[in-house]
Every structure is written in structure tokens, then in C-alpha cells.
Ligand binder design. Structure first.
Ligand code: GLA
Length: 735
């Protein structure tokens, strides 16, 4: 049983393989308090941890200090405005203009399985994999109910949380804030870790001390964003990849978010995560419910590496639904960096012919095939094939590519509208805008109002019609600007505050429809690179384009931050041309390939014009992909060394679940004078097994490789790399 309730103490205990989470109820007042989250414990009376016996006592004993009680009590789901001055999770506006919410225990239920969340992406489980606690709390004055949902995924050491707010009161009400999760605990001089970034610099790791007051990351850009990420972890300052305590919270949502740690006057911390309350106001009519998105929690006592592996397993097994989740993706070639907007059928077929020769398996036609789109100033919304470029039509091209033995994929940006488009001429009110105010352009485009059903239907039919018209097996769904000028011509005044969230729900609905009608489609999400790389999008697409920066060295940092929390199978990574189009750097073709192998793998350059010696390397890289992808996609990932930290070299390895195979990637970013071979201690191997390393004429003990290390080959020059493939051999003696 993952979830138990002790009638006597009124303690709920949620157990995964290595962690426990305990919730208590205060006797008279019925406040729902947080007792403990961390390493696994036996069931016992731990109510003292809520400190209800201490000064200032619970209100039933000492009501004159009710505020002091409220301001210190470790709440599972804090309300607003009733004496707890720390960050609350829920706030309302009533007809009379009041905002106070105070929730107390009402009832609970423990159920098998994982409930779906209406209209939202959410983890799922097979029979026997998960149990859920539904704790219903109530504000007695408002008649508002909050169902706190906790699902325990024992094997992956993950607990998910979400909240359903039900208006069981007498009047319609406005929700002005609904977060999804909160954890109150004592601070132990923790540090916190966040992922920040920018276009072409996504998910860079930053770690810093938690100070008094509030520290947060968030997005008000309408998407999870390049800039900050819906994730945070907090940990012991001594925590490394291999050891130490770490807690993590990750938001399954693709829009505005807040993730915050607040350190109080009494050295406790409150960690909260949810939809960003800025500009959020949801009208909840009597009898209606609002579901807040899911938060993924994990705790590791064995360092950041273990946190990473918990999350990788969790997303691979319980979030990614595609039939491609556990299978090899076709090696693709995308024409964006090869041609940009300047291509036609002949050019694409020439690339496809060469690609077929070299072992590439799919051609993806990127931006520029529709309307009059020869640059980024026009045509978004006009999803009609430009037959001047695609002579003979789309089906002719797709059939031609298929005849060469390649699959065909296509790029679309369905959420957008160019002011210079037929669609905008016909429906200017379909773009987000505030009447009387010129909306801000970004990359020359506006955003469609996906809160409107007729707009969603148009968008859906545009995408589906293209897919129905030819044998298209892959879609890159792009989103190249962030939201602004939040006004909908369709929503009433008191619902404009719902627009950000309704937009995200609209995206989810569209992608759900798409994968329902086209269940075999390989969908890759993208947003100006990796601005909408989040667990929410993974529910619809098994892979996401990681960054527009395809430089192998920059990618080491971007992919390190991404792989800290996302499985390698989800990370879109391609080999591109040099000098690199984003940073102008030259790196060896081998290294570009080796770095892209730690992702979905593909190409994004004009293979008809690159030097012959690079062309010749492609079949070799293709063979490496086929040889290693099962391992890379399904294995356990260990981060050994970080170029971001040491500024010299990068190293990681993937070990198969049975520990019989491993692949080490080593990149020497900066060459080193007077070199003495670098000795690197591996991780994750079986100390009892002996491994043969391809290309080396002997066996190595797993214990030796982990404790004493493997000598890296001497490499000459910058951005040089090596792959080391280890296979366990059933031989007792090491010769
Ligand atoms: C975005 C994507 C690129 C490419 C262009 C096309 O920037 O991230 O990969 O598809 O759009 O306009």
C-alpha cells in the first residue's frame, strides 16, 4: 500500500520505494498540515513536527494569538488573508470584493490508479502502479471546496500533486490565484537550483543559497519560456551528482507559471508552484470546477543524479504517450539551416536523394512552403501549399520522397497569424489584441486567440487537411513568439483574465485532437528553439526541439541543463553546418554527431554541398545511432563532468538498466598543453562485472572504472570527442 491513513493519529503517509510524505490534521480546527517529506520512515506518531503544542498553540487553546499560529503552521495548501502572511496558494474575489480563503479538512478518499485531469496533460499509470489520495478541504464561509490530489508512483519515487477547486457555494466567485502545490519545511541552509536561459541559450543551470524573503522564477510570457523554467530544486549545499539530499518540483504546464521559495522569519521555507497569478482571474460559477495543473515532486537522498534518473523514468513511463515513446525515431534531415526560405521541390528532392544514399530516414520540410512565405513577414494562417515553390503539389513531393525510401515530415506554426495574410484580412479579430491599441508584433506576427472555438476549429482543420492530403508522418509544431496584448474579442469583460490559461488549454485541445486523428504521427514540439520544452508538451509529443543553437559546444551546456530533468529520448538534437549559424564556431563533424547522439539525432544542413569527407562520415554516424539508440533512449543517465562548471571538458554516460552495457561520451572542449591523460571515474556500472571497452584490448572491472577511473585518450585540439562503448563480459578473470 503506497498510501495509509492512521485513524488514531490522523496521519496520512504516502510511501514510495525510498521516500515518505506525511500529512496531519489538527484535532479541533481541522487544519491540514505538512509533517514530513524525505527519506522513507516507518509509520509512527510524528504530529509533534507540526509544532501545535508549542507557543503560540493552536487557536482552540490560545485564540488571542491566532495570527501567530496561522503564520507559522506548516500548511499543505495555504489560503489567503487569514493571518498567514507567507505566500498563499488560493485567493478569490467575491461579489462583495473580499479575497479571504481559509481551508480545513472535510473528508478524504484513497483510490487505486491515477485520475486524469480534465483538459490538461497529466501523468498516467497502469494497474497497480499508483495510488491516489484525494483530500477534500472546504472554506465554510465561501462554500468553496478544494480537492487536493496526491498520486504516489512508488517505483520512480515520484509524488504528483494537483488541485480541483469546486464552487459549492451560493454565489459565483472569481479565483484570482490557484497554485498546484506547496511544501512547508524547516530550512537546513539549503541551496536552490533553477534553469535560466534565453533564445539559443536555454536551460542553463544556476545554483545559489536560499536567502530570507522570496526568491522565485516564473513566466508571464504565455509559455513556459526560454528565460526561466517551470522547475526548481532545493538541496543541501554539499549535494553533488552522487550524494546528498535534493527535493525537486516540476510543473506539468506550458503557460505562465510561478515557482517560488520563501524563507520566513523562523527559518522555515515555503515552496510553491502553480499558474502565475499575474493577470489571472477565473470566473467560477456556482457548481463549476477548476482544475489546476499537475506538479511532479521527487526527493533523492543520493544526489542530483538520482533525482535526474527518477524524473527520466517517470516521464518515459508515465507522461509520454506516443507510440514512439519507447522506440527509435527515424533519423531526419531538416532543411531549415540548409536552405532557410529558399527552396523548391527540386532542391528538396536533391537533399532527399543524397539523404537516402547516406542512410538518413526522413526529410522534414521546414518553414516557407505555404502562402507567399519567402521570409518571415507573411502568410502565417494561410496553410495552402505554395505551388510556385512546391511545383506539382505537396503529394507529388511527398510521394517522390517516399519513393526514395524516406518518410516525409512537415513544419507548421498553427497558433500564429501574420498581419499580411488572407486569414488576417478575413478575421482581424482572431488575433489577440486590445481594442483601440495596436498589438505588438514579434517576428512580424500576432498570436491567434485560441480561447475561441471557431479559431481552434480553423486551426485544426488547416493542420489536419495538410496531413490528410499526403503521407506525412511527422509534424514539427512551432510557436515563434510569446504572447502580448492579452485581449480576446470574444470573452466578456469579467473573463478576460482567463485568456492566458484558456490559450494553453486551446493548445492542449488542438494537439489532443491531432494525435487522436493521427495516432501514428510523430509530433515534435518547438518554440523558437526550446521555449516550450516542458512536461506538459511531452504529454502530446515524445520529443521537443531543444534549441535553435546547434553548435556542439553550446549544446553541451543546453543539453546538460535539459537532461538534468528530461530523458534524452525527448531532446531534439541535430548535426548542423560550420561555421555554426548561431555562434560562428567551427567544431569537428564527429563531435557534432557525438553530441547529437545524446538526443533524438538528425541533420540540419545542406548535405548536397558539404565537403565529401563530411558526407562520408554520415553513414558512420547513422550506424552509431542504430547501434546505441536503444541504450541512449532507455538507459540510466549519469552526469560525470560538466563543461559549464569546469570550462574545459564534458562527460556523461548512459548505462543500460541491466548494467551490461554503457556508452560514455567525452568532449574535450578546450585543448590542453602538456597533457597528462585525464582519468575519469565512471558511475552506474556493476562493480562485480567486467567490461570490455570497444577498441581496447582488455577487460576492466566495474569497480575499477568507478573507483579508480578510465584513462581518456589523448585528444589534440578543441571540441574533440570520443565515445567509449562498454559491454559486460561473462569472464571471471581480468587479463
Ligand atoms: C523557429 C524554429 C526553427 C525553424 C524556424 C522556422 O525558429 O525553432 O527550427 O523551424 O522557426 O521559421
Amino acid at each position: 500500500m503506497a498510501i495509509t491513513y492512521d485513524e488514531k493519529t490522523k496521519i496520512f503517509k504516502l510511501d514510495s520505494a525510498h521516500t515518505s510524505y506525511m500529512i496531519g490534521i489538527v484535532d479541533q480546527e481541522q487544519f491540514v498540515g505538512h509533517i514530513y517529506y524525505g527519506a522513507k520512515l516507518r509509520m509512527q506518531d510524528a504530529l509533534y513536527l507540526m509544532r501545535t503544542e508549542e507557543n503560540p498553540f493552536v487557536p482552540s487553546v490560545n485564540n488571542r494569538e491566532r495570527c501567530s499560529f496561522m503564520d507559522t503552521f506548516p500548511m499543505e495548501y495555504p489560503g489567503h488573508g487569514a493571518g498567514d502572511y507567507r505566500e498563499g496558494c488560493i485567493r478569490v474575489r467575491t461579489k462583495e470584493g473580499h479575497s479571504v480563503v481559509s481551508l480545513t479538512y472535510q473528508s478524504h478518499e484513497i483510490v487505486d490508479g491515477k485520475p486524469a485531469l480534465e483538459g490538461l496533460p497529466a501523468s498516467f499509470a497502469k494497474d497497480g502502479e499508483c495510488q491516489t489520495l484525494i483530500l477534500t478541504c472546504r472554506d465554510q464561509v465561501l462554500g468553496l471546496e478544494a480537492e487536493l490530489l496526491y498520486s504516489v508512483f512508488e517505483k520512480e519515487d515520484v509524488i504528483t500533486r494537483s488541485v480541483r477547486i469546486i464552487n459549492a457555494g451560493e454565489q459565483d466567485i472569481y479565483l484570482t490565484k490557484v497554485y498546484s502545490a506547496c511544501i512547508d519545511m524547516d530550512d537546513r541552509d539549503y541551496e536552490w537550483l533553477m534553469l535560466h536561459g534565453s533564445w539559443a541559450r536555454e536551460r542553463q543551470i544556476e545554483r545559489k543559497k536560499i536567502g530570507y524573503g522570496k526568491q522565485s522564477v516564473g513566466s508571464v510570457r504565455g509559455e513556459s519560456s526560454h528565460q526561466e523554467h517551470p522547475f526548481l530544486a532545493w538541496m543541501d549545499p554539499q549535494t553533488t551528482q552522487k550524494q546528498g539530499e535534493v527535493y525537486a518540483m516540476h510543473f506539468v504546464y506550458s503557460g505562465n507559471f510561478t515557482a517560488q521559495i520563501e524563507k520566513s522569519q523562523f527559518d522555515s521555507i515555503r515552496v510553491t508552484m502553480g499558474i502565475n497569478a499575474e493577470d489571472f482571474c477565473w470566473k467560477l460559477n456556482q457548481g463549476e470546477a477548476f482544475t489546476a495543473p499537475e506538479v511532479v515532486l521527487t526527493y533523492s537522498e543520493a544526489g542530483l543524479g538520482n533525482m535526474t534518473r527518477n524524473l527520466h523514468d517517470f516521464y518515459r513511463n508515465h507522461m509520454i504517450r506516443s507510440k514512439y515513446a519507447h522506440s527509435k525515431r527515424p533519423i531526419l534531415i531538416n532543411n531549415w539551416e540548409a536552405t532557410y526560405f529558399d527552396f523548391d521541390t527540386e532542391k528538396l528532392l536533391a537533399i532527399a536523394r543524397k539523404a537516402a544514399e547516406l542512410g538518413i530516414e526522413m526529410l522534414v520540410m521546414d518553414d516557407g512552403w505555404f502562402g507567399n512565405r519567402n521570409d518571415d513577414s507573411t502568410s502565417l494562417g494561410d496553410w495552402f501549399v505554395n505551388e510556385k515553390k512546391i511545383t506539382g503539389g505537396l503529394k507529388h513531393l511527398v510521394d517522390g520522397v517516399n519513393k526514395l525510401g524516406l518518410k516525409f515530415g512537415i513544419w507548421m506554426e498553427p497558433e500564429m497569424i501574420s498581419p499580411d495574410s488572407r486569414l488576417y484580412e478575413e478575421h482581424p479579430d482572431w488575433a489577440l489584441a486590445v481594442p483601440g491599441r495596436e498589438a505588438a508584433l514579434s517576428r512580424n506576427q500576432y498570436v491567434l486567440d485560441l480561447s475561441r472555438k471557431e479559431v481552434r476549429d480553423y486551426v485544426y482543420e488547416s493542420v489536419a487537411a495538410i496531413l490528410r492530403s499526403a503521407n506525412i508522418e511527422y509534424v514539427k509544431w512551432d510557436m515563434n513568439r510569446q504572447l502580448s496584448d492579452m485581449g480576446s474579442f470574444a470573452l466578456p469583460a469579467d473573463r478576460q483574465g482567463e485568456l492566458y490559461h484558456r490559450y494553453v488549454l486551446g493548445v492542449y485541445e488542438l494537439q489532443e485532437r491531432l494525435i487522436t486523428e493521427f495516432p501514428d504521427l510523430l509530433l515534435e514540439n518547438c518554440s523558437g528553439g526550446g521555449a516550450r520544452f516542458d512536461p506538459g508538451m511531452l504529454y502530446y509529443s515524445p520529443q521537443i526541439w531543444c534549441s535553435d543553437d546547434t553548435d556542439a559546444v553550446e549544446r553541451l551546456k543546453i543539453q546538460e541543463g535539459t537532461a538534468l530533468i528530461y530523458p534524452l529520448s525527448s531532446i531534439g538534437a541535430h548535426v548542423s553546418v560550420c561555421p555554426n549559424h548561431t555562434v560562428g564556431r567551427n567544431t569537428p563533424f564527429e563531435t557534432r554527431g557525438n553530441v547529437a547522439l545524446a538526443g533524438t539525432f538528425g541533420y540540419e544542413l545542406d548535405i548536397t554541398t558539404i565537403p565529401k569527407e563530411n558526407q562520408d562520415l554520415i553513414p558512420k554516424q547513422v550506424a552509431l545511432y542504430h547501434k546505441y539508440n536503444d541504450l541512449v533512449r532507455e538507459g540510466d543517465y549519469y552526469r560525470i563532468a560538466s563543461y559549464q562548471e569546469n570550462h574545459e571538458y564534458d562527460c556523461y554516460l548512459v548505462v543500460s538498466k541491466d548494467k551490461r552495457e554503457a556508452l560514455v561520451t567525452f568532449v574535450q572542449v578546450i585543448g590542453r598543453p602538456n597533457f597528462h591523460s585525464r582519468c575519469i571515474c565512471l558511475q552506474g556500472l556493476d562493480p562485480e562485472q567486467n567490461y570490455r571497452i570497444e577498441g581496447k584490448d582488455r577487460l576492466f572491472g566495474g569497480d575499477l572504472l568507478m573507483k579508480a577511473g578510465l584513462l581518456m585518450d589523448d585528444l589534440w585540439g578543441d571540441a574533440q570527442s570520443r565515445l567509449y562503448h562498454l559491454v559486460a563480459e561473462a569472464q571471471d578473470e581480468i587479463k
